[in-house]
Design a protein around this ligand. Structure first.
Ligand code: DUT
Ligand code: MG
Length: 154
């Protein structure tokens, strides 16, 4: 499928978001910070990272801003609101809200791959309010009701 993107001034010269392998689900997003700027994410801190891009998703689709596992495992850096939701009618700049859960300051510079964008279909529902819902075997059981470690249900 084709999805239109528009580069903002701060995105000029950066690679377009790209799939890094033939079967990659996510398009890597590049930080569109000013050249030469070092954004330091202190432990516990969060910051919105610009990507220099606008996107026009077709109706019926969303884009999810997801963490990169490499940043998470090596530095504890992840997407705070993961997965971030890009609505199909959003025309502002796509941004990634990063948080540093690691113990060391994390430096972000222009062109770093900070997150990935997964484009996915979404169902839009018409909610119908009723007095009773149908019964199921699970019922209200949840949150570990089937047993957390294979010991059987509680
Ligand atoms: O990680 C994100 C999450 C959101 N957005 C943009 C696109 C999205 O369409 C819009 C609104 O996001 P969301 O619905 O998550 O935020 P909200 O707090 O509900 O704000 P709003 O009232 O604008 O919907 O912000 C991003 O660029 N990155
Ligand atoms: Mg919203």
């Amino acid at each position: 499928m084709k999805v239109f993107i528009r580069r903002l001034t701060n995105g000029e010269g950066l690679p377009a978001p790209d799939y890094k392998s033939a079967g990659a689900a996510g398009l890597d997003l590049y930080a569109a910070l000013p050249a030469g700027q070092k954004l330091i994410l202190e432990p516990g801190a969060r910051d919105l990272i610009p990507t220099g891009l606008q996107i026009a998703l077709p109706e019926g689709y969303e884009a999810q801003v997801r963490p990169r596992s490499g940043l998470a495992v090596e530095h504890g850096v992840t997407v705070l609101n993961a997965p971030g939701t890009i609505d199909s009618d959003y025309r502002g700049e796509v941004k990634a809200l990063l948080v540093n859960h690691g113990g060391q300051p994390f430096e972000i510079t222009r062109g770093m791959r900070v997150a990935q964008l997964v484009i996915a279909p979404v169902a839009r529902a018409k909610l119908v309010e009723v007095d009773e819902l149908d019964d199921t075997a699970r019922g209200a059981g949840g949150f570990g009701s089937t047993g957390l470690h294979g010991e059987g249900g509680k």
